[in-house]
Design a protein around this ligand. Structure first.
Ligand code: SD4
Length: 328
């Protein structure tokens, strides 16, 4: 009898503890929302140097009172359309068969998500991903199906392989050595996060993926939770670099979930890199970079190797900043 009473007592205590954990979580979430009033926004952050131009476009949208989701779509389109950017959209380096295939994803403040992968011949995969999000019951369309849908939506088909990219590929074929290089081919994938005047968070990510990848290879960039993730109660995260490492650790979701548990954006991205270091043998051979923002407009950036940088547009200033990194 005594032990039964003890059990009931303990169970009662446990459920009380549960209530108080839930209450503190709720008040933490409320605190974040209240805190957001005094936080800095609008704000936009994006990967690599090309983020500077992309941020300018996104900032225009944000300053006009636009939604964060429109800002990130418009922002990354700038990089997609630039033939000098050889890891995104038009001018992107092809796979080993000489085919340019594109991956992109987008999330809005309502938790809606859209994505395309292995898409060919469409200069703005991010806008196809946006259509998937807004106008279909699905999250992700792949390959021929994504192209078919893009055609139905009226996107124009174009050859995305520029002469410059083609020449490099022909040169590469002489040895066909496949060895992803740290930073070298990583400069132009663009991941972008924005906080609009309403304090809403959205994100986008778009890439032609790793140069000379196997035909059909899909990286982290279009995978919701890997290449990018947003939760409007918490913040957002994006990844760049060797997608396989990000996919194996579901990096962007991990960063956002860590922030949900109370980590700052900086601590969260450092922990996500630490997870790769702990779990993935041979991680030293690859570059990974993470960016994160929370609802207060605090940011985090961290990479495995030196050389990752990002563009931050906040307080009316657009700056290129070198990220801190793990392997010193
Ligand atoms: C991928 N994460 O396809 C992408 C590549 C990248 O900067 O980010 N490059 O694995």
């Amino acid at each position: 009898m005594g032990s039964r009473r003890n059990f009931i007592k303990k169970a009662g205590l446990a459920s009380l503890a549960l209530v108080s954990v839930n209450q503190s979580k709720a008040s933490m979430a409320k605190g974040l929302r209240d805190g957001a009033k005094s936080s800095r926004f609008p704000l936009v952050i994006s990967t690599w140097n090309n983020g500077i131009d992309a941020n300018v476009k996104a900032w225009e949208v944000l300053k006009a009172g636009g939604r964060a989701v429109d800002a990130v779509e418009q922002g990354v389109r700038v990089v997609e359309a630039n033939p000098d950017d050889m890891s995104v959209g038009y001018g992107g380096r092809p796979d080993r068969d000489g085919v340019v295939t594109l991956d992109a994803c987008i999330m809005d403040e309502h938790g809606n998500a859209g994505s395309v992968c292995a898409l060919q011949n469409i200069i703005h995969p991010i806008s196809v991903a946006r259509k998937v999000m807004d106008e279909t019951p699905h999250v992700m369309l792949a390959g021929d199906g994504a192209l078919q849908y893009a055609r139905e939506c009226g996107f124009k088909e174009e050859d995305l392989l520029t002469e410059k990219a083609k020449k490099e590929w022909i040169e590469w074929r002489k040895t066909s050595e496949y060895k992803p290089l740290i930073n070298i081919e990583n400069h132009d994938t663009i991941g972008m996060l924005a906080l609009d005047e309403q304090g809403n968070v959205s994100g986008a990510c778009t890439t032609s993926g790793l140069a000379y990848k196997m035909h059909g290879r899909v990286g982290d960039s279009p995978i919701i939770g890997a290449g990018m993730y947003c939760d409007n109660e918490v913040g957002g995260a994006v990844a760049t670099g060797m997608g396989e490492l990000v996919m194996k650790t579901l990096g962007s979701f991990l960063v956002v979930e860590l922030m949900n548990q109370g980590y700052s954006p900086q601590d969260a991205v450092e922990e996500a890199i630490a997870r790769i270091v702990k779990k993935i043998p041979g991680y030293q051979d690859f570059q990974i970079g993470y960016l994160a923002i929370n609802k207060k407009g605090e940011v985090g950036a961290y990479s495995l190797h030196k050389g990752f940088n990002y563009a931050l547009y906040a307080d009316d200033k657009n700056q290129l900043i070198d990220s801190n990194y793990y392997l010193k």
